[in-house]
Design a protein around this ligand. Structure first.
Ligand SMILES: O=C[C@H](O)[C@H](O)COP(=O)(O)O
Ligand SMILES: C=C(OP(=O)(O)O)C(=O)O
Length: 363
């Protein structure tokens, strides 16, 4: 906007270097429409996640995949392998692939495929939005439902019709703007505890997201709009540990479930084996996942899902426009593929054991 004062003094946009219109959400969606078979998968898988969250399906939800997508080819390669595992274990696990395009940063860093698809500081966001949407369509085409973190509040208009599971991260969970956004999203959304380990902010976020809200947003034509929402009853807590301590252990899970009950919410939650719970060490992640699995096997009903960061090659590398190791994360370190398959097998076994425990002790 041009600075205007009666005296011609500039008071606005003093630090804005570029402002360029984006293609509208309607245009991007029209260029990459959601095929009917993909829409059917999104619809069905959202209902399945809902049923797990509501205790009507005794499988374990597993949100698994790279910390971030930077290479669409490797992401699709991973999706095809994961789909085979998801099908093999479908009686016990409900697998949704992490297809994360937006990275919240503690300070600065690469902010994901939507923000900088070429990883070179050119910030071609129009291309990033189209590329992200294409990756989602490809993952769905491979037969897998997808999970995304929503960071920018305008991004869902471009992508959310193709998303089965949404996430709000530890750095934004206390933001009213994000809680309002979740209240209008069409899919179940996991709300992480704060990066300092505070679980109450995630419980508060669930309460706010479940409520009807009216706020400022953007419509399909990119116009600023008044948005009125119905509230999202499938918003739930994700325990991801904190700076000082993990919170995937049985005592922390019970404490979080008690907080949920205290707020009038269901005692069901997802536990993240990565981030604060593995101290961002991918080598520890499989052990953390096994500890969570052990709680499930012991009959713990509060744990309905798990989140894992996994890619084809273990570890991480610095983001760069060229010369990257194929299939390795450029953000948080991930478990490699072979470990991922072992962890999925263990988790499926834990679910089968929980079923037996429930049968022998239905109370
Ligand atoms: O999941 C990814 C990261 O943990 C998150 O984006 C923060 O990363 P950073 O602390 O390296 O900025
Ligand atoms: C950023 C993430 O996690 P957190 O918000 O828990 O740090 C993530 O899951 O990618």
């Amino acid at each position: 906007m041009t600075p205007t004062t009666t005296a011609g003094r500039a008071t606005d946009d003093l630090r804005v270097l570029r402002m360029e219109p984006l293609p509208t959400p309607r245009e991007v969606r029209a260029g990459l429409p959601l095929p009917e078979a993909c829409a059917e998968l999104v619809d069905r898988s959202r209902r399945e996640v809902q049923e797990v969250l509501r205790g009507q399906d005794d499988r374990l939800l597993v949100v698994v995949g790279p910390c971030s997508v930077h290479d669409p080819v490797a992401a699709l390669d991973y999706a095809r392998r994961l789909q085979a595992q998801a099908r093999r274990l479908e009686d016990d696990l409900l697998v949704v692939m992490r297809v994360y395009f937006e990275k919240p940063r503690t300070t600065t860093g690469w902010k994901g495929l939507v923000n900088d698809p070429d990883l070179d500081g050119s910030y071609d966001i129009p291309r990033g939005l189209r590329l992200g949407r294409q990756v989602l369509l490809d993952v769905l085409g491979a037969g897998l439902p997808a999970a995304c973190e929503f960071l920018e509040t305008t991004t869902p208009q471009y992508l959310s019709d193709a998303v089965t599971y949404g996430a709000v991260g530890a750095r934004t969970v206390e933001s009213q703007v994000h809680r309002q956004l979740v209240s209008g999203l069409s899919m179940p959304v996991g709300l992480k505890n704060g990066s300092d380990g505070d679980v109450q902010v995630a419980v508060d976020a669930c309460v706010a997201a479940a409520a009807a809200q009216t706020f400022l947003g953007v419509d399909a034509d990119g116009r600023a709009a008044v948005v009125e929402t119905a509230g999202n009853r499938d918003a739930h807590v994700v325990l991801r540990g904190g700076r000082a301590a993990p919170n995937h252990d049985a005592v922390s899970v019970q404490a979080a479930a008690d907080r949920l009950a205290g707020a009038g919410l269901q005692r069901r939650l997802v536990v993240d084996a990565s981030h604060g719970n593995s101290r961002k060490d991918h080598v520890r992640q499989a052990g953390v996942a096994r500890e969570i699995g052990a709680q499930v096997a012991a009959g713990e009903d509060a744990v309905v899902g798990i989140m894992l960061e996994s890619f084809l090659v273990p570890g991480r590398q610095e983001p760069a426009p060229a010369g990257l190791v194929y299939g390795q994360s450029v953000t948080d370190a991930c478990m490699g593929w072979d470990t991922t398959v072992e962890v999925l097998d263990d988790l499926a076994g834990a679910v089968r054991t929980r079923r037996q425990v429930r049968r022998s002790d239905p109370a």
